[in-house]
Design a protein around this ligand. Structure first.
Ligand code: XMP
Length: 498
């Protein structure tokens, strides 16, 4: 009888970040005692609960490398050809591979000047010397060549090389390799088999980089973790990026609660080794249907909370983000599936609130846009530096690159589609240049640790269990921001809204 009235009177109340604060609790936890490690998907664990958005102004290899070093995860965007996406994935995977397998070597019968030329061209400081059977017989470095002049440069490599080569085996650990390199004062360690066959090379630079980032997110071979985005129906891309080494495939759709997507993702799952994150959704029903119908490894939550999103305005659809995250997390936690809160996070306090209501990690777009590592040109406006940031459903993203935004928003995939026929669900703009992503993540994680100290939670699991929220009024929120002052010095972790 009250069919339509009931839609209004029985509508759920829903909430987002500014509607709540976290209640301080009894604590003996200092921020420095807090551990931020978390499960991001069935098989992958992060030391920092931060994932970067799969957006063409946020994540390519540079951002993914920076996040992996800090223990987080970058999701390479898909507004690229398959080949370009593969290239970005490989850049991350090879960025700190301890053993470089494609070694440049030289034969003992070549000349010293040839060796020098190779080192100059390849910008390396030494070459393993191998015979025709790829057996290591020496090593030649700039140090060996430096004292030689004139006609001596035409000597054979075998005359100038160091014959006693310090090598390591494939099973040598980073610590052992470092000890060997220090003890023998060498910068390059050829990796050899039982019969001295050259398998790869480890350089001091790689060892030190590994030690510099002890919390880095790594795969089982010690390479940086990387995720890559894929359209829900693009099995060819999924298989190609899986082959290229993506550890996690993030299926990227504006509306993941769709039966045809469930079907396609099940097909994908059979054909790839990578874990699969599926999204985006915003209701408990969607989570339940998704988990009943698929074997996915993680869920991305967020319809319309993003800083560049217009879905809620253009389509009138969405769920405020704290309600969306908590309702999905209630279902996902029972299935042991991690939840990533995607979009709408503006401050470290928002990250704490997302984790308090069950998220295992957060996905950041605008907070990481405008950093040195985000793709895109810097522009100057009124003497201040800015970088571009745009929604993947903006006109620019749907008509630029390979137009990946189009199928994210179910607008076909034809590249020659007339742009006047597109209905954008995102906007294009700029954000202030913010410097290195690592500094941003440092501040965000500092704020999160502080929050967990107030709660008395020493892990994200404890944050899920212990954090209580208080519901606040708009007055409560306006009291929360700085007030009655003109800010004169910029703070690294608080920006008045631009
Ligand atoms: P933030 O708030 O971190 O949000 O900038 C980033 C997230 O927003 C989503 N996204 C979009 N949503 N229209 C939308 O409705 C768009 O054009 C768009 N582009 C990105 C995405 O989930 C991202 O991680």
């Amino acid at each position: 009888m009250n069919k339509y009235m009931d839609k209004l009177t029985k509508a759920e109340d829903t909430y987002t970040f500014d509607d709540f604060l976290i209640k301080p609790g009894l604590s003996c936890i200092e921020p420095n005692d807090v551990k931020l490690d978390t499960q991001v998907s069935t098989n992958y664990h992060l030391n920092t609960p931060v994932v970067s958005s799969a957006m063409d102004t946020v994540t390519e290899a540079n951002m993914a490398i920076s996040l992996a070093r800090q223990g987080g995860l970058g999701v390479i965007h898909r507004n690229l050809t398959i080949e370009q996406e593969i290239k970005e994935i490989k850049k991350v995977k090879y960025a700190n591979e301890l053993t470089v397998k494609e070694v440049i070597s030289i034969s003992p019968d070549e000349t010293v000047s040839e060796a020098q030329q190779i080192m100059d061209i390849e910008e390396i400081s030494g070459l393993p010397v191998v015979n025709d059977d790829n057996i290591v017989v020496g090593i030649i470095s700039r140090r060996d060549i430096k004292p030689l002049r004139g006609k001596y440069l035409n000597r054979k490599v075998s005359d100038a090389m160091t014959q006693e080569v310090v090598t390591i085996s494939e099973n040598t650990t980073t610590e052992e390799a470092l000890d060997v390199a220090y003890e023998n004062k060498v910068e390059r360690l050829p990796v050899v088999s039982d019969v001295n066959e050259l398998l790869g090379i480890v350089t001091m630079k790689d060892i030190l980089e590994r030690k510099k980032y002890p919390d880095a997110a790594r795969d089982k071979n010690g390479r940086y973790l990387v995720a890559a985005a894929c359209g829900p129906f693009d099995i060819e891309r999924a298989m190609a990026i899986d082959d290229a080494g993506a550890d996690i495939i993030a299926i990227d759709s504006a509306h993941g609660h769709k039966t045809d997507i469930f079907k396609s993702v099940n097909e994908m799952k059979k054909n790839v080794d990578a874990d699969i994150l599926l999204g985006n959704i915003a209701t408990a029903k969607a989570a339940k249907d998704m988990l009943d119908a698929t074997e996915i490894d993680g869920i991305k939550v967020g319809i319309g909370p993003g800083s560049i999103c217009t879905t809620r305005i253009v389509a009138g659809v969405g769920v405020p983000q704290l309600s969306a995250v908590s309702s999905v997390a209630d279902v996902a936690e029972d299935h042991g599936i991690p939840v990533i809160a995607d979009g709408g996070l503006r401050y470290s306090g928002d990250i704490a609130k997302a984790l308090a209501v069950g998220a295992n990690a957060v996905m950041l777009g605008s907070l990481l846009a405008g950093t040195t590592e985000s793709p895109g040109e810097m522009t100057i406006r009124n003497g201040r530096k800015y970088k571009q940031y745009r929604g993947m459903g903006s006109l620019g993203a749907m008509t630029g690159g390979v137009g990946a935004g189009k199928d994210r928003y179910f607008q076909g995939s034809s590249s020659n589609m007339n742009s006047s026929k597109l209905v954008p669900e995102g906007i294009e703009g700029v954000v202030p240049y913010k410097g290195e992503a690592s500094q941003i993540v440092y501040q965000l994680m500092g704020g999160l640790k502080s929050s967990m100290g107030y709660v008395g939670a020493k892990s994200i699991k404890e944050m899920h269990e212990k954090a209580e929220l208080v519901h606040i009024t708009p007055n409560g929120m306006s009291e929360s921001h700085p007030h009655d002052i003109t800010i004169t010095n910029e703070s690294p972790n608080y920006h008045p809204r631009y």
